[in-house]
Design a protein around this ligand. Sequence first.
Ligand code: TMO
Length: 317
Amino acid sequence: MKTMTRMMMVTAIAAAPVAAMAQDSSDPIIIPIHNWSSQIVMSNLLGQVYEEMGLNVEYVTTDSQAVYESVRLGDVTLELEVWEGAFGASYRAALAKGGLVDAGAHDVETREDWWYPMWTKDACPGLPSWEALNECADLFKTAESGDKGMYLDGPVDWLKHGQERVAALGMDFVVVNAGSAAALWAHIGQAEADKKPIVVFNWSPNFAEAVWPGEFVEFPEWEAGCDTDPTKGPNKEALYDCGNPKGGYLRKVANYEMTSKWPSAYCVLSNMTFNNAQVSEMAKLVDTDELEPEEAAEEYLAANRDLIQPWVDACTG
Ligand code: TMO
């Protein structure tokens, strides 16, 4: 009897938010998952928030470039980590075709580029200039790169155009694509023991900043159009002869129908705004603390309820 009363009360209390949510569709909100940790954790976090709102969620693992076309067409509902350096071109192309809505930017400055752990500079003191790196190319030789230096780029779907940059700037480097983000961290970890000079793709905000002090290589400054117009950048006949943008954006986007089909969920997506330290922390929970992404998201949500709940309340009140 006592239990029954309590159950009925719980039902009555739960009824209010459910009623407020009535306008959101019960169709699943489809959230894409990519291959770096902050995106996976943040996606699970948003999915858990949606489930708390009584909404249905599905996760799909997708290619991190093709996803912009998928969001545009509504095959997936949203994307909450649009990194300017890696995905700006795919994002801009999909935006121009129509079907994407911009759900705002995180409070983040991103950078994605060639990077070295600090011990590398002891061996090549002219760093961080790319010309100095190139003069030290011999230091970066590996079995895979023969008589040139090796640069370990990100997985292929991040489309960093390392090979094109090497060609455009006439560098004595061979570009090898890592199979996964974990392979980048393993490569840095292996070089650490004997302080072997290495240069790898890395980004900020990321957990790596707290583990390995390091610097980005300074390439010719990014100019808008460096990836589409050969006359931009120092080589007037080549694309990709610039570094990636410094202070790049980290945006959120959604399929245009999300605003009417799941208005509360869209509202939460647009309110959700993380900063550099918060994005790094999400990556750290997986890459340093070795939590599963779902657990990392639960832990982050529990520890940051006072940050996140107001974003939800403002949309469901
Ligand atoms: C998109 N990324 C954070 C891997 O550079």
